[in-house]
Write a protein that binds this ligand. Structure first.
Ligand SMILES: C[S@@+](CC[C@H](N)C(=O)[O-])C[C@H]1O[C@@H](n2cnc3c(N)ncnc32)[C@H](O)[C@@H]1O
Length: 238
């Protein structure tokens, strides 16, 4: 495993069964610039399969160069929540995963604009990142407006399934907090059914947002279309 970050964006990341989008509309020139210039610096070291084909566990302290608490955001979309959290809590480090490269480009622009330095990016599937994180290395995790997969036959693609939740429980520290926001009642149902089975206790499920919440692009869309947000908080057992 190399301990040097790779520069540039890998256009052909290794594939697991990922059903979402990896590319959207054409990137603007400035977004391409962020990807090639910024991503190598922001990516956690040694997390790609190219760098780490055996999926050896990485040293979390190497990500930000110290032993600060690490938070994880799965599917950060355009990155507004992640940059907001990084700016609100400058003493933590937050790692975001997002396979949708246009979202990664949006995030990099926001990081530049906000000047935050405590963000790291895995431009891919959360499962690949969790594979290489050591046990109990993450203090907080965020799943904000995950892909809803509304058809019943696609519910097994949702993030709140054992395929994702068991690795998440492994990498989370006992007592760590896992937040889920969604506007889909059936997603709330599945979250309340599945997450406790992976080793989390329910703390709260409410339509009232967390005190440090910033509304995301998907939440704004949901509100415009008349759907009601649900904010669900769990605590990792142990
Ligand atoms: C509905 S969007 C929400 C984006 C953002 N959190 C928001 O609230 O605006 C869900 C995002 O999760 C990402 N995603 C889906 N599966 C993922 C996975 N396995 N790992 C990381 N991100 C994932 C998708 O690419 C998509 O950008």
């Amino acid at each position: 495993m190399s301990d040097e970050p790779k520069s540039g964006f890998d256009p052909n990341p290794p594939r697991r069964n990922f059903y979402g989008r990896r590319h959207g509309k054409t990137l603007r020139q400035s977004q391409k610039g962020y990807l090639s210039e910024d991503l190598g610096e922001l990516r956690p070291r040694g997390i790609t399969v190219q760098d780490n084909p055996e999926r050896n566990r990485i040293d979390p302290a190497a990500i930000f160069g110290d032993d600060r608490p690490l938070w994880l955001e799965v599917g950060f979309g355009g990155g507004e929540h992640m940059v907001h959290m990084a700016a609100t809590y400058p003493d933590i480090g937050i790692i975001g995963c997002e396979p949708f490269i246009n979202g990664v480009a949006m995030l990099l622009g926001k990081i530049r604009a906000a000047g935050v330095e405590n963000v790291s990016v895995h431009p891919g599937d959360a499962r690949d990142l969790m594979d290489v994180l050591p046990d109990a290395s993450i203090e907080r995790a965020f799943l904000m407006y995950p892909d809803p997969w509304p058809k019943a036959r696609h519910h097994r693609r949702r993030f709140v399934t054992p395929e994702h939740l068991i690795p998440l429980a492994r990498v989370m520290r006992p007592g760590g907090i896992f937040r889920v926001a969604t506007d889909i009642p059936d997603y709330v149902r599945q979250t309340l059914e599945e997450v406790p089975g992976a080793g989390f206790d329910l703390v709260s499920e409410t339509p009232v947002a967390w005190d440090d919440w910033i509304s995301t692009r998907y939440e704004q869309k949901a509100l415009r279309e008349g759907r009601v947000p649900h904010y669900v908080t769990f605590r990792r057992q142990g």
